[in-house]
Design a protein around this ligand. Structure first.
Ligand code: CA
Length: 330
């Protein structure tokens, strides 16, 4: 838009540029200056019982982060197809690293798996996709990023709630404010939990009194497993599998709203991707196709819906399931 306006030159170009700038302003932007807004937030946090010392340490001198505003307002660029996303996430290096770490941490993973009822490969896969196994968990100060979005953002009330929860986490002493880093949108630590998820699911598994999803692997693994367990994970089953679907199958059967026991899918001609029969278990499954039928198809079980509670994206949930299987098969 900018360069096009410039190349038109003259008054029209300037008007187009101005119109673009006006349209870029979010409709529900907070009109109070940041500092006045922040003072009101501080008062509300005090009323909610968050300590004055915590609030001055966390909020004093706080300023909006320009880059966070920029990232929040950016237009989504050309969406990935499922196959592009899937191939990008399931890189050789992510699979290999996952296999190494799975072996390296096997005894800890087995303990967590037994305590929470989640197979270890799913813990490792979520860890691998959320933060590349803890090697990239975001570099933004969480309080600053959330305050920026709560003051400026399109989802101000959501982020205001997350900011208050983040302040409560600091107040409890789980993490020092300067070590509380995350993504530009406030997803924290190696499991990339928003403060509300942290509040509900984070676990102090190493028993040092702090729920540290930033640096303690026992805490990271148990927090991931606890999230899945609380969302209804059943470790007697897997997530689903890639399948072969006959051309003639009725398209109305595709989608998460249709659930059939595996023997019925078998009867309808659905097979494992290699052509073998489906498992004989009486297990409910839904059939998913990808990229308007141009990509692979999957039968997914109840645990797949748990992965979608973590992130409401079928791309994400299918890819976590596949990474988990690739890690264990290695
Ligand atoms: Ca801990």
């Amino acid at each position: 838009m900018g360069s096009q306006a410039k190349s038109n030159g003259g008054r029209w170009g300037a008007m187009i540029a101005l119109l673009g700038a006006l349209l870029a302003v979010p409709a529900l932007a907070e009109t109070r200056p940041f500092d006045a807004w922040l003072e009101e937030l501080r008062q509300d946090a005090l009323k909610e019982g968050i300590g004055a010392g915590t609030l001055s340490a966390a909020l004093e001198g706080l300023a909006p982060i320009a880059r966070v505003i920029e990232l929040d307002r950016r237009q989504p660029e050309g969406r990935f197809t499922f196959q592009q996303y899937n191939q990008r996430v399931l890189s050789e290096s992510r699979i290999e690293r996952g296999r190494e770490l799975y072996r390296e941490h096997r005894s800890l993973l087995d303990r967590v798996a037994a305590d929470y009822g989640v197979q270890p490969r799913f813990i490792v896969a979520l860890w691998g996709i959320e933060s590349s196994y803890g090697s990239f968990d975001g570099e933004y100060p969480v309080i600053g990023a959330l305050a920026t979005l709560a003051h400026d953002g399109r989802r101000a009330s959501f982020f205001r709630g997350e900011l208050l929860k983040a302040l409560r986490i600091v107040d409890r002493g789980d993490i020092a404010v300067e070590r509380m880093t995350g993504s530009w949108a406030g997803a924290m630590g190696q499991s990339q939990f928003m403060p509300s998820s942290y509040d509900a699911y984070a676990i102090d598994y190493d028993g040092d009194g702090r729920r540290d999803i930033w640096t303690s692997l026992p805490d990271v693994f148990a927090s991931i497993a606890n999230y899945l367990a609380k969302a209804g994970w059943n470790d007697r089953y897997t997530w689903g599998r890639k399948v072969h679907v006959p051309e003639a199958l009725n398209g109305d059967l595709v989608g998460l709203n249709t659930t059939r026991p595996l023997p019925q899918w078998q009867e309808l001609g659905v097979r494992r991707a290699d052509g073998a029969n489906l498992p004989a278990a009486i297990l409910n499954a839904s059939l998913l196709s990808t990229d308007e039928g141009q990509g692979p198809a999957y039968l997914v079980y109840d645990n797949f819906r748990v992965l979608m509670a973590w992130n409401r994206s079928t791309y994400f949930a299918l890819t976590v399931g596949e990474l988990a299987d690739l890690i264990e098969r290695g």
